[in-house]
Design a protein. Structure first.
Length: 289
């Protein structure tokens, strides 16, 4: 696996960002010389894009980092949606290290000032990145502050590294326990848009409710009920920032039958009402060509 090694002791230099929505199924990415780095985060459809060395297919839920001084072009039409941002690294020198996965032990130590990212990978928590990209767009349009933009962009890349390589303290779990924990997390992700009860999770995996509750709290540090609510609210945050859906519809779409309960739960977790949260990062940069 081709890895890019960045030192983040200083923030990246942000250039510009946006959200792109292809106008129709005949759209093809433009042909150009890429003079800086570009991160592409796919939220819908597939993107067919290439440089001088390789053709890429970036699927929904994946990212791609393309490097400067290369010819970038689309090679096949598609209808898709993605967030993108352009940036420079290391005071415009743009020379991160290239590593093979066999050459480095991951995750890096907590004191290390580097992050390592595959050129292309599946994003474990797309909802978190959508919120961060929307914040980057809003901050850039609202404040035009080069330091804020650079630090926010750097936080996005650090979030990507953390999602891929940091396990939140779960590395001590082995074998069956790790498998059970990841199966529970995957089950919740699968059903996150439905009402989910702890008793249903326990029954699905063939354990009693008390055992599952104790096991999950010991494994993750949070209760299973709190984890389910947190995941739902993170999805709600992504929908509030990434769409124009009515708030009541968003609550319904993530498993709340009552808008009051959704708004109350959202404020309990985030400290803001859904409308306040949506208004906090309202200035999106949207592109259609």
């Amino acid at each position: 696996m081709d890895l890019l090694e960045f030192n983040v002791i200083e923030p990246f230099r942000f250039n510009w960002t946006g959200k792109f929505i292809a106008p129709d199924e005949n759209w093809v990415h433009i042909s150009r010389v890429l003079t800086d780095f570009e991160i592409i985060i796919m939220t819908e459809g597939d993107l067919y894009i290439a440089n001088d060395q390789k053709e890429y297919v970036v699927h929904e839920g994946e990212y791609l980092i393309m490097e400067p001084t290369s010819h970038q072009f689309g090679y096949k039409p598609s209808k898709c949606t993605f967030y993108w941002t352009h940036f420079c690294y290391n005071n415009y020198k743009n020379n991160p290290g290239h590593l093979d996965s066999e050459d480095i032990s991951l995750p890096l130590s907590a004191e290390d000032t580097r992050i390592v990212l595959p050129v292309q990978a599946k994003i474990p928590r797309l909802d978190r990145l959508i919120v961060l990209f929307k914040q980057l767009q809003d901050c850039n349009r609202k404040y035009r502050n080069i330091n804020l933009d650079g630090h926010t962009l750097t936080a996005i890349l650090c979030e990507m590294y953390s999602q891929l390589y940091l396990s939140g303290g779960l590395t001590a779990m082995k074998g069956d326990k790790m498998q059970l924990y990841t199966d529970i997390v995957d089950y919740i992700s699968w059903r996150i848009r439905e009402p989910i009860r702890v008793s249903e999770v326990a029954a699905y995996f063939g354990y009693n409710e008390k055992y599952i509750t104790t096991f999950f709290k010991k494994s993750s540090g949070v209760s299973l009920k709190s984890y389910i609510l947190q995941r739902k609210m993170e999805l709600a945050q992504a929908l509030l920032t990434d769409t124009n859906l009515p708030i009541a519809q968003i609550g319904y779409d993530i498993g709340f039958s009552d808008n009051h309960n959704f708004s109350s739960s959202f404020k309990k977790v985030t400290g803001q009402s859904p409308s306040e949260y949506r208004g906090s990062y309202a200035e999106r940069m949207l592109f259609h060509q």
